[in-house]
Write a protein that binds this ligand. Structure first.
Ligand SMILES: Cc1cc2nc3c(=O)[nH]c(=O)nc-3n(C[C@H](O)[C@H](O)[C@H](O)COP(=O)(O)OP(=O)(O)OC[C@H]3O[C@@H](n4cnc5c(N)ncnc54)[C@H](O)[C@@H]3O)c2cc1C
Length: 158
């Protein structure tokens, strides 16, 4: 099947993406890796009138360590955490690097890992998803932003 028709938006900055989402509200869906959204659109389980594609927004692909905190942008791909991925250049404690690598390496298959993102996985909110479980186990803080501002949402295991 083919998806219902929609308008495609490809902003190159976060500000523009948030403005588009604010303008179209319930008529808009964010496109990240497309691994969950696109099949739903093809089956017409999701029929957004506007797609806001985040793939051109460089600031969402940030992966860095600052003040002993690992910061992961919403558009960082699952594969970034595997052996040959971007995580390798960060000096993470070896047990954390191994945990992230083993966890990400168990997600789906290679095409899913190359396209799928941590933000898409968390927004998708599947209770079976690896990132949801790991965020809970590691007491992650999730930064949530809309056109009105930014807030932190804590996922606490304790
Ligand atoms: C064959 C297959 C096997 C899989 N196996 C596993 C597995 O073993 N373990 C696992 O955890 N997952 C698995 N997945 C899911 C995979 O991890 C997807 O990558 C993930 O569910 C969605 O990420 P995505 O980047 O593709 O998001 P998309 O499909 O683009 O988006 C998913 C949803 O999240 C919303 N969204 C995306 N990004 C954002 C954002 N930054 N802010 C707000 N909303 C956003 C979208 O609008 C949409 O509603 C599998 C998927 C497939 C197709």
């Amino acid at each position: 099947m083919y998806p219902a028709s929609f308008r495609y938006h490809r902003p190159s900055g976060l500000h523009d993406a948030l403005e588009l989402l604010s303008r179209h509200r319930a008529d808009a869906a964010v496109l990240a890796g497309g691994q969950s959204l696109v099949p739903r659109m093809n089956l017409r389980q999701a029929t957004p009138k506007n797609i806001v594609d985040l793939n051109r927004i460089a600031e969402l692909s940030k992966l860095a360590v600052a003040d002993d905190v690992l910061e992961i942008g919403a558009m960082v791909r699952h594969q970034s955490f595997c052996h040959e991925g971007a995580i390798g250049v960060l000096s993470l404690p070896s047990n954390l690097a191994e945990l992230l690598g083993r966890m990400a390496g168990a997600i789906g298959n290679l095409p899913v890992r190359l396209r799928g993102t941590i933000g898409g996985s968390l927004a998708n909110a599947s209770p079976k998803a690896q990132w949801a479980l790991l965020s809970f186990l590691l007491d992650a803080d999730i930064m949530i932003e809309n056109a009105g501002g930014r807030a932190a949402s804590a996922i606490r295991n304790s």
